[in-house]
Design a protein around this ligand. Structure first.
Ligand code: GLN
Length: 496
């Protein structure tokens, strides 16, 4: 049996490109899981200043790697994610490990069970290397709302990595793991992927079971995947998806296949919203490069057309009314009685205990949303806000159905700007909310969306193109993304 020390001596540098290549290297004894984990632990250590991780399972990950290496040396047939090193957003439950949601209110809490997503990773022999920092309860767009501090963008540490899954994005961006999981309620996988120059997939609502994902807004929440290439994302999606008896909203598709698809040569029919590309909040450099791509696609013979979308101005208000309403109800469970943080201050009565515990345990943004959600659900305002927002959501779903009866895909920028500076939007929550204008549509309608790193801005930062397809059609989404990345990745700025 080959000992880890043998690999370390002969392969000083571990390098990762794709899961498939890594696994063939494992089979040929060109590398080992132990070497991979040692490599990532060293990367995590070298990138501590980015604050991407809330906890690193160094010993445990190494032990598991050694066990997997031992199994292979005994002739074991590797499973789909054998030795794949993955990080989890700190809102996904991993049995007997801390889960904090980047909140003080969950201080000291350990998961009692595995999220279905985690169970599926483990069953396919993945190695979980740690948990990633995020905005508290996944509420935010910059990772500035974490009880564990900001996460920094590895490409420019004066800039945010995006949020709420900022730590998971940076973990992949800075080469601290092969892939990571995040959650996307209104853009929290796609927008940080866009800001960090990597791929971020939000699958259809229900594609990956939400069992064991800490709830923010249950009719929007979806676990998503960060990675470096579409094949890795497809493989992870295949492992993670499928019906689940613990989540009645999980899609009933037993064993969907997303891997091993060749790029079909076809003429895509692609729509874009006129109002989105003309929106005044959209950075000019982004607008120009997206239009340039549209021209390139047209010249290649694809059908690419402008579609009216007069509901664009309503998507952000609708999203914030509905998600805060759901959050106010979901977060009522954090009462300090059953688990988590408890006030240490003097208390008068039970109400006072709740008030102090929740005021001290929740951060400012979470409190703002709980109050907003409670307000829109209150009897005097329910019809004016909550019911109205539900009606708009219905209109958006109808609009989506019309679009996808004529087109294979819808494209949009992922975000109106590239990664902004730390502190730039923090004092203005409305400005921060408005920047979600292009991502919330997919969550309001349940369709899958992906951000692919096609572009580089004249300010030096990367940005992505967001691609969406009809609900449950991740196959087309991944095919088209693969095609676009192969043909157009990192097109240089046309106009500087
Ligand atoms: N930025 C959005 C928000 O603050 C999205 C969050 C998310 O997708 N979890 O709600």
């Amino acid at each position: 049996m080959l000992q880890p020390v043998f690999y370390a001596a002969t392969h000083i540098m571990f390098s990762f490109s794709t899961i498939a290549k890594y696994q063939s290297d494992l089979q040929n004894n060109h590398t080992s899981c132990t070497e991979a984990v040692n490599h990532y632990l060293a990367r995590i250590d070298a990138n501590r200043h980015l604050n991407a991780f809330t906890e690193v399972y160094a010993e445990e990950a190494l032990q598991r790697a050694q066990e997997l290496d031992r199994l292979r040396s005994l002739g074991h047939t590797p499973k789909k994610l054998h030795g794949v090193v993955i990080a989890l957003k700190d809102v996904i439950c991993y049995k007997d490990h801390r889960v904090t949601a980047a909140s003080k209110i969950l201080e000291g809490f350990k998961s009692l069970y595995n999220a279905t997503a985690v169970q599926r990773l483990l069953d396919e022999e993945a190695i979980i290397i740690g948990t990633c920092n995020c905005d508290e309860f996944a509420m935010g767009s910059s990772n500035e709302n974490s009880a564990y501090g900001n996460v920094l963008n590895a490409l420019d540490t004066t800039r945010v990595p995006g949020g709420s899954s900022g730590g998971s994005a940076v973990a992949v961006q800075a080469g601290c793991c092969m892939a990571s999981l995040g959650s996307d309620t209104g853009g929290s996988v796609r927008q940080p992927a866009d800001f960090c120059g990597i791929i971020g997939l939000k699958p259809s609502y229900g594609r990956i079971s939400r069992y064991g994902l800490i709830a923010y807004a249950s009719s929007f929440d979806q676990i998503g995947i960060f990675g470096n290439n579409t094949n890795d994302i497809a493989l992870l999606l295949e492992v993670l998806s499928g019906a689940d008896e613990y989540d009645s909203t999980a899609l009933n598709d037993e064993n969907p296949v997303f891997t091993n698809k060749a790029i079909p040569i076809r003429r895509y029919r692609i729509a874009y919203f006129k109002e989105a590309l003309q929106h005044p909040s959209l950075d000019n450099g982004i607008r120009e490069q997206v239009f340039a791509l549209i021209d390139l696609l047209k010249n290649k013979g694809h059908l690419i057309e402008e579609v009216d979308f007069n509901l664009l101005e309503y998507v952000v208000p609708t999203y914030y009314v509905l998600t805060t309403a759901e959050a106010s109800s979901n977060l009522s469970r954090y009462d300090g009685i059953r688990y988590g943080y408890q006030t240490k201050n003097d208390i008068q009565d039970l109400n006072d205990f709740y008030k102090k515990t929740r005021s001290e345990g929740f951060g400012k943004e979470v409190q703002r949303r709980i109050m907003l959600g409670t307000f829109v659900l209150s009897s005097g305002y329910y019809d004016a806000y909550f019911s109205k927002a539900q009606q708009v959501r219905r209109l958006l779903v109808e609009k989506t159905n019309t679009i996808f009866s004529d087109y294979d895909a819808l494209i949009m920028p992922t975000s109106p700007s590239t990664a902004f500076r730390i502190g730039e939007k923090n004092e203005d929550p409305i400005a921060m909310y408005l920047a979600d204008i292009f991502t919330v549509f997919a969550n309001l309608t349940g369709i899958p969306g992906i951000s692919i790193p096609l572009f580089k801005h004249s300010n030096g930062m990367p940005f992505g193109l967001q691609v969406m397809t009809k609900k449950a059609d991740e196959l087309t989404l991944l095919e088209l993304s693969r095609y676009l990345l192969n043909e157009y990745q990192m097109a240089e700025p046309e106009t500087v």
